[in-house]
Design a protein around this ligand. Sequence first.
Ligand code: NDP
Length: 280
Amino acid sequence: MTQHFAVFGYPIAHSLSPRIHAAFAKQQGIAIDYTAIETTPENFSEALKSFHKFGGRGANITLPHKQTAFALCEKTSERAQRAGAVNTLIRTETGWDGDNTDGPGLIHDLTERHRLDLRGRRTLLLGAGGAARGVAPALLDAGIDELFVVNRTAGKADALVDAIGQPGRVHPRYWEDLKDLGSFDLIINATSAGRQASSTALPFTLVTTRTLAVDLSYSEAAIAFMSWAKAANAGNVLDGLGMLIEQAAIGFSIWHGVRPETDEIYGQLRKEVVGLHNGD
Ligand code: NDP
């Protein structure tokens, strides 16, 4: 029997998740349909109810619904609680269980696919939205050194840092202070600035030839940050395509009990995705 899954977001038209999950399901011989459902923040809760009535077994949640989805869950995993955001929903008899696979997806991509050692890296996290909240605890668990969190709205960086609760290791800073922070071994762009016409002004002093610069976005949205990092001579510049595929693989294994192989779909999508990726 075909099982129903979906990704909810706003906007969602260009999501690669339906293709990724269809490829995993084919590979594993599991019959699913997986659709993209565009819904505004006001309508998200109703849309999720309709999806359940339709027989929805699980869903991915993307921008801007991750925190709302967290609040709607009956039960949440520890990593979802640490993030205060969910990107994966699992339907039970009584409600939705929520998980957050963004953090482990990023770490898997960097350490397994790209064979990068994150330990001891002085790290800058740009952004404090749903994605930043998902990846920050996972980066700390992966052994990075100090973590500096900088966000356009300073209060959100403060809240993220407070929620992590490691004051000796994790620090909020103002955007205006970026020029005084020195250089970093790892810079993660978890802002959605690249999706808009406006781009973020970042000083070259953040980067050395040892710096690994990662944009969680991919395709056109990643071009501005990746161009900046390359112009600043960063040693390694990656986009978020691998993370997208790995977080999907973890979600797939939660839903179906089997971990799919990810290299084939990564290779296919890498050929199609626009960007200045130089990490392969
Ligand atoms: P949110 O809407 O939750 O957060 C957006 C963040 O971007 C906020 O910190 C916001 O700052 C900041 N921001 C937005 N516009 C600007 C700007 N012009 N200048 C500076 N900062 C800005 O989005 P998410 O956290 O869910 O997603 C962030 C990015 O990560 C997206 O591009 C998304 O596609 C990508 N992503 C990729 C994933 C993957 O698997 N590869 C998974 C999840 C996300 P403020 O608080 O001031 O508004």
